[in-house]
Design a protein around this ligand. Sequence first.
Ligand code: ZN
Length: 214
Amino acid sequence: MPGGMIASMRLTEGIYSVDGVRAANSYVVDTVDGVMVVDTGMPGNADRILACAERFGRAGGIRYIVLTHSDMDHVGSAARLKELTGAAVAIHGLDAPVLAGTEKSAKGGRLMGALRRLVRVSPVAPDMLLTNGERIGGFTVMHAPGHTPGSIVLFRADGVVFTGDALLSDKRGNVLPPSPRLSLDRVQADVSAGRIKALPTSLLLPGHGAPVRG
Ligand SMILES: [Zn+2]
């Protein structure tokens, strides 16, 4: 990176968080088949994510853009990143219509309404619809509904777990439950959070907050 700019933080072998993506976390995972991006932040972050992938990906460019759910702070740069790279966009089928722009997010409230008027998110048609138990980029998909109907978690045998917004953390790396206010189904969200906590975890990488180790 020019001028000693920090492009990312290395979290463990082959996994980086993309620096400068605000509002939500975006991760780059280097795999033997190319890079898998997990979430893309708000619109305007595609170049940043691409720079990180180019710096740390050893086997070609971005192959997959996996979206943990369809909220704008996670899918905002997916359309542009796909345009730039030709990578396959993957999301759970239940969140696909919001991503593709054929359905509006069921999230109500004044804040979400105001955000949607302020921020234009380009829709993107997914290339892959992920289902529970499927494998992608060396990770297994767990359907973890509640925050949104199609929220997913990605976990790996070594205990690395991407949780999206199904389980969060604070700035200091303390695990936080999913936000009840922002969950479409609070009961389901709690059940999902319990299932995630039961996974053997060495490194929890949430959609918001700091990495949680151990
Ligand atoms: Zn979020």
